[in-house]
Design a protein around this ligand. Structure first.
Ligand code: ADP
Ligand code: MG
Length: 306
C-alpha cells in the first residue's frame, strides 16, 4: 500500500500550455520545490510493471530507468530487469554487462537464480538491475524449445521476490512482441506504455492492446494496461498537443498527468552511464520523470495476488 503525503497542492504541469519561456522557468522552479516536499511511504506487495511498446525509439528504456531511479530516490526498493539484448537499460544504470558476466539470458535459458545475476546501481543502493548481454539476442529462438517457455521469467521472479521483496519491478522490453516480451507480460501485472508525441504515435497500439488481451486470456489474467506516459513532448508543436489530446481521450484513466518533455539532458545521461535523475536531477527532464514517479507510486495498485 502506498500513502502519499503532500504538504501543498500539486502545481499544474504546464507543458501542455502555450506559455512563454520565462513562465516555463518559473514553473519549473516551483515544481522542483514542490517535489522536495513530497514524501511517499512504501511497503507491502511488489508491483511488477513491464514497459512495453513494439515500436523502437519511443522512450521505453529511458522511461524504465528514469522512473526506476526516481522511485528509488523516493525511498522505494526497485529492480530493473533488462530484457532487451541491446542492454541499454543496464548501460544507463551503470551496470556491467560485458559478455563474460551472468545475465538475464542465463536466468531464462540456464535456470540460474535471479539473485545470482542482480547488481546494484552505483547511483542508489535501493536500485538494482538484472543485466542483459548480447547473448540475449539468441534467447528469442532458444526459448522456443524450452519447457514452460512463456513462464520462465515469472518463475524466476517469483522465487526471487519470495526471499528479496522489492516495491517495484520494472521490466524493459525489446521492441517486438516475441517470446521475451511474452515472458515480461506473463511476469508482470501492469503494462506501462510510453507514447512518443509524434507522427504515427498510435500506430501499432491496437496490436499491442490485442497482445495484452491475448496474454490476459491465456497466460496471465492479472495483466492490465495501468499506465501511459507521453514522452518527448515538444510543447511548441501543434502536433504534440493533438497527439496528447487523442491519447487522453482514448485512455482517460491510464495516462499520467505528467508529460515528459524532449530534453537534451535526458539524451545525454546514458553516455555517462547514468539516469538523468543522477546526471542532472534538477533538469526539466529529470523533474518530469520524478513527478511521473510520484504519480505512479500514489496510484492504487490493482494487481492480484501473485
Ligand atoms: P526505446 O527503448 O523505446 O527504443 P529509448 O528510451 O532508447 O527508446 O529512446 C530513444 C532515443 O530517444 C534515445 O536516444 C534517447 O536518449 C532519446 N530520448 C528518449 N526520451 C527523450 C527525451 N525526453 N528527450 C530527449 N531525448 C530522449
Ligand atoms: Mg530500449
Amino acid at each position: 500500500m502506498f500513502h502519499v503525503k503532500q504538504s501543498e497542492t500539486q502545481s499544474p504541469n504546464t507543458f501542455g500550455m502555450d506559455t512563454p519561456l520565462a513562465r516555463e522557468l518559473a514553473d519549473l522552479t516551483a515544481r522542483r520545490k514542490h517535489l522536495e516536499s513530497v514524501t511517499v511511504e512504501f511497503g507491502g506487495e511488489s508491483r511488477v510493471l513491464t514497459v512495453s511498446n513494439q515500436k523502437g525509439g519511443v522512450g521505453k528504456t529511458t522511461t524504465a530507468v528514469n522512473i526506476a531511479s526516481a522511485l528509488a530516490g523516493l525511498g522505494a526498493k526497485v529492480i530493473v530487469i533488462d530484457l532487451d539484448p541491446q542492454g541499454n537499460a543496464s548501460t544507463a544504470l551503470g551496470i556491467i554487462h560485458t559478455t563474460d558476466i551472468s545475465s538475464i539470458y542465463d536466468v531464462l535459458i540456464n535456470d540460474l537464480p535471479l539473485r545470482d545475476i542482480v547488481q546494484q546501481s552505483p547511483e542508489n543502493e535501493n536500485l538494482l538491475c538484472a543485466p542483459s548481454t548480447i547473448h540475449l539476442a539468441g534467447a528469442e529462438i532458444e526459448l522456443v524449445a524450452q519447457v514452460a517457455r512463456e513462464h520462465r521469467l515469472r518463475r524466476a521472479l517469483d522465487d526471487y521476490l519470495e526471499s528479496s521483496p522489492v516495491d517495484f519491478v520494472i521490466i524493459d522490453c525489446p521492441p517486438s512482441l516475441g517470446l521475451l516480451t511474452i515472458n515480461a507480460f506473463t511476469a508482470a501485472s501492469e503494462v506501462f506504455i510510453p507514447i512518443q508525441c509524434e507522427y504515427y504515435a498510435l500506430e501499432g497500439l491496437s496490436q499491442l492492446l490485442g497482445s495484452i488481451q491475448m496474454i490476459q486470456k491465456h497466460l496471465n489474467p492479472s495483466l492490465h494496461l495501468s499506465t501511459i506516459l507521453l514522452t518527448m513532448f515538444d510543447g511548441r508543436t501543434r502536433l504534440a498537443h493533438q497527439v496528447a489530446e487523442e491519447v487522453r481521450t482514448h485512455f482517460p484513466t491510464q495516462v499520467l498527468e505528467t508529460v515528459i518533455p524532449r530534453n537534451v539532458r535526458v539524451s545525454e545521461a546514458p553516455s555517462f552511464g547514468q539516469t538523468v535523475i543522477a546526471y542532472d536531477g534538477q533538469s526539466a527532464g529529470a523533474v518530469a520523470y520524478r513527478e511521473a514517479a510520484v504519480e505512479i507510486a500514489s496510484r492504487k495498485t490493482q494487481s492480484k495476488e501473485r
